[in-house]
Design a protein around this ligand. Sequence first.
Ligand code: FES
Ligand code: FES
Length: 155
Amino acid sequence: MSKHSIIVTVNGVKEWLDVPANMTLLQMLRDELALTGTKNGCAAGECGACTVLLNGEPVNSCLVLAVEADGAEIVTVEGLARDEQLDVIQQAFVDEGGVQCGFCTPGMLISARALLDRHPHPSEEEIREALLGNLCRCTGYTRIVWAVQKAARSV
Ligand code: FES
Ligand code: FES
């Protein structure tokens, strides 16, 4: 498999990488950069566990090729906290009990962050719509919605 040189900025750090043409962005983040916060749930665009921000937009990183991300700015769950302070959305998930097994949580946090970035005071319906692509087998979603509402109140 031929390799391609790409440059990406991940969580504010510029990375130069040689990636196979068929490598997904998810594989690149986990296997090349050891950013294992982004999860591989289905590898088929169904579960949202692999959600990252690509130039500010939430995407399923299992459906994006690494070469397609050349030149892009990427934010993963590891990039949400700043100066050892949790992002407000992370703190709200903790406070409201929006985490059980935690497998869906990185993707949920990224989708919620993207929502609050474009819409700081969403309605419950807008929150549920923004999180439609993120599946959770544990929580029943109610506490996740409460967490996003709490984060929205604090921004
Ligand atoms: S791992 Fe990408 S959507 Fe499930
Ligand atoms: S907390 Fe377990 S899948 Fe959501």
